[in-house]
Design a protein around this ligand. Structure first.
Ligand code: MCA
Ligand code: AMP
Length: 494
């Protein structure tokens, strides 16, 4: 049983910067004191919600919960009432941690509130060893239908995934990470905040992503950048007429992309302008990180690399037969022809323990022999590198790196009085990867001119702004088969 953050007890890094958000920062000594004082206050709470704004307070709150051994439930502060209501009733936190002055909407505002003081004062906590199987975080993630499910992430998964990434990326306490990712998902929170803290290094959060912010930090000593493909796409666009940005990106030791596929065109534009290749890694809320291109390996745009140390990865046919896996030393076994497509299945210490309150969904997610079914479809190149080619479920949309279920948006649309029928698809989008498109049979024909904007706002208010339809098409009826099932492939605007 070892601590998640050895650096908090290591006097030799006490004065090193741990966290910086805008012009506010904390050294390791200050983080240990702030988080230690908060941990002492919340110790024994069942579960705590964290109002996960991109601030120092969120980082302190999550570290405090981890020090106290209290599972934390990060909340997207832009979530609407219906989504927050579901998460709170499902996860039943006993209190919410928020920055002083944060306005908490109902139902979050009805929870007991503890303000997070990120001042760096208080008793430094002596990190204690806690059971590696104990829950650390509950992170909500969308499925094809119904509301999001809470993936229970054990302490062991966080420690092993971060250590495996350290191996793959030669990530050390000397690294300074810059990013502008949200702090209520695995990417921004576990990799982007807990990652540097586990290494004893630093993170500088931009508050919100911008090419200028990235360039400023890379010119000022940052060594690594994490982002979703939309962010790299925007950097690639900006590079066209910004040689200073190209120089700044060229200084980075490592540029890492994940959460969705980075198109080869963007890989190539960035490499041509900066001389740096973006490294892709592949993960999931339920599995944390599974594979990565290694920092010491051959960069290969379009692949997500090879399994991380300790992670079992295999490719399986529709009928359950094995296409291939990897030996203990990482060498691929079975078919590696760049063509044979199968589902990626994984197992290892990086996996979640369960979906909260959903034993049915947890059981369905695993094969009989204990492998997690990712639903991602891939081939393996001749050298064993995994190349993701698609996803089993067409009703899961990845937009801006966020996973969004078509079903939850359809349900929200159907609650609007002007909607008779609704279907939602993800359509290719250069910037977002996929954009959410709603196909609506309106009650009134023709619909009111402002209806499309109103439906978009309705979804943003009930669920979250990133789940809003970017386009609304009106139809007289939805295409259905004899059983009444909507034929999404036949949805066309003609
Ligand atoms: C717009 N806004 C609205 C509305 N329209 N608000 C309310 N109602 C509306 N109708 C607001 C938004 O809230 C936002 O506010 C602003 O307008 C811009 O919204 P949007 O256009 O959606 O944002 P964007 O600028 O296009 O965002 C692109 C982005 C973002 C920055 C790339 O998509 C993003 O942060 N993606 C990261 C997703 C991520 O971390 N995924 C990891 C999960 P404001 O201006 O205040 O912001 S995957 C994962 O964790 C696994 C393990 C993995 O592998 O990594
Ligand atoms: P989430 O549930 O939000 O954690 O999203 C996980 C999903 O993101 C995976 O199942 C993949 O479909 C996708 N994903 C993550 N990283 C990559 C990547 N590098 N390339 C392609 N897809 C990815």
């Amino acid at each position: 049983m070892s601590s998640l953050f050895p650096a908090l007890a290591n006097g030799s890094v006490a004065q090193r910067p741990a966290l910086r958000f805008g012009d506010r920062s904390l050294t390791y000594a200050e983080l240990g004191a702030s988080a230690g004082a908060l941990a002492a206050r919340i110790g024994g709470a069942g579960r705590v919600a964290v109002w996960a704004t991109p601030t120092l307070e969120t980082a302190v709150a999550v570290v405090a919960a981890l020090l106290a051994g209290v599972p934390a439930v990060p909340l997207n502060p832009k979530s609407g009432g219906s989504e927050l209501g579901h998460i709170l009733s499902d996860s039943a936190p006993s209190l919410v941690l928020a920055a002083p002055g944060d306005q908490l909407p109902d139902p979050v505002g009805r929870l007991e509130r503890v303000d997070v003081e990120a001042q760096g004062s208080g008793e430094a906590a002596a990190p204690v060893g806690l059971d590696p199987a104990a829950p650390a975080l509950v992170v909500y993630t969308s499925g094809t239908t119904g509301p999001p499910k809470g993936a229970v992430i054990p302490r062991r998964a966080i420690a092993t995934t971060l250590d495996a990434l350290a191996d793959a990326w030669q990530w050390t306490g000397d690294d300074v990470l810059v990013h502008g990712l949200p702090l209520f998902h695995v990417h921004g929170l576990i990799l982007g905040v807990l990652g540097p803290l586990r290494r004893g290094g630093s993170v500088r959060h931009l508050g919100r992503f911008s090419a200028q912010g990235v360039a400023r930090e890379l010119n000022d000593g940052a060594t690594m950048l994490f982002g979703v493909p939309t962010m790299y796409h925007r950097l690639a666009e900006a590079l066209a007429d910004d040689t200073e940005l190209a120089k700044a990106l060229g200084r980075a030791r490592l540029l890492v992309s994940g959460s969705a596929a980075l198109p080869v065109h963007d890989h190539e534009r960035i490499a041509a302008a900066t001389g740096r290749r973006v490294v892709e890694r592949y993960g999931m809320t339920e599995t944390l990180m599974n594979t990565s291109v290694r920092a010491d390996g051959v960069p290969r745009p379009g692949t997500v690399g090879v399994p991380l140390p300790g992670v079992g990865v295999r490719l399986v046919e529709e009928d359950g037969s094995l296409i291939g896996g990897y030996d203990a030393d990482g060498s691929p076994t079975g078919t590696c022809d760049g063509e044979t497509v199968g589902e990626i299945q994984v197992r290892g210490p990086n996996l979640f323990s369960e979906y909260l309150n959903r034993p049915d969904a947890t059981a369905a997610a695993f094969t009989e022999d204990g492998w997690f079914r990712t639903g991602d479809m891939a081939v393996r190149d001749t050298d064993g590198a995994v190349r993701i080619v698609g996803r089993k479920a067409t009703d899961l949309i990845k937009s801006g790196g966020y996973k969004i279920g078509a079903g939850e948006i359809e349900n929200a649309l159907l609650e609007h009085p002007a909607v008779r029928e609704a279907a939602v698809t993800g359509e290719p989008d250069d910037d977002l990867g996929e954009r959410i498109v709603a196909w609506v049979v309106p009650v009134d024909d023709p619909p009111a001119p402002a209806l499309a904007a109103e439906l978009s706002d309705h979804v943003a208010r009930r669920l979250a702004p990133h789940k809003r339809p970017r386009v609304v098409h009106y139809l007289v009826s939805l295409p259905r088969n004899d059983m009444g099932k909507i034929l999404k492939r036949d949805l066309r605007n003609d």
